[in-house]
Design a protein. Structure first.
Length: 159
């Protein structure tokens, strides 16, 4: 059985998003052990100060990399990542699982991800050119990972 870790910066606040995360974690449990690691977002006193934002991203990046389980393939969710369709993502996830048995998906803060996390990532992935609320990304990611596993298992969930 595969090991999937979702490392997120920030907390889910909305009950309906928490419910959706729990639902997809439950669905995924037939294919993989799923662990969530939620890290605290760095405080930024001046949202217009690029240096302060960079400092926060670097601090978050250090904590993210420390949280990645040893031996994991790292997938960084970021705007400049590749966009793909569900069958291609399933294939990529299947290869990572075959090679290492574990994947750590990383969702940064509302300011993004540190370059050091992006450099460490085996795959930089973007789900869309559209902008989504940061908290919603966890749900979108978990659904996409679940869909990937159903594709790999030959199930009819993916139509």
């Amino acid at each position: 059985m595969a090991d999937i870790t979702i490392i997120s910066v920030g907390t889910l606040k909305e009950g309906y998003l928490k419910d959706a995360v729990l639902e997809y974690k439950k669905r995924l449990s037939q294919y993989a052990r799923v662990e969530e690691i939620n890290l605290k977002e760095e405080r930024i006193s001046d949202e217009d100060n690029a240096a302060e934002i960079q400092r926060a991203l670097n601090a978050e990046g250090d904590r993210i990399l420390a949280a990645v389980p040893k031996g994991s393939s790292i997938v960084a969710m970021c705007v400049e990542g590749v966009q793909t369709d569900s069958p291609a993502l399933a294939s990529r996830i299947g290869k990572m699982i075959d090679e290492r048995g574990r994947i750590a998906f990383v969702i940064g803060s509302s300011h993004g991800l540190s370059d050091k996390v992006k450099v460490a990532a085996e795959l930089k992935l973007s789900v869309s050119k559209l902008t989504f609320p940061h908290q919603l990304m966890r749900v979108i990611l978990l659904e996409s990972v679940y869909r990937s596993f159903t594709i790999l298992a030959g199930k009819k969930y993916h139509k």
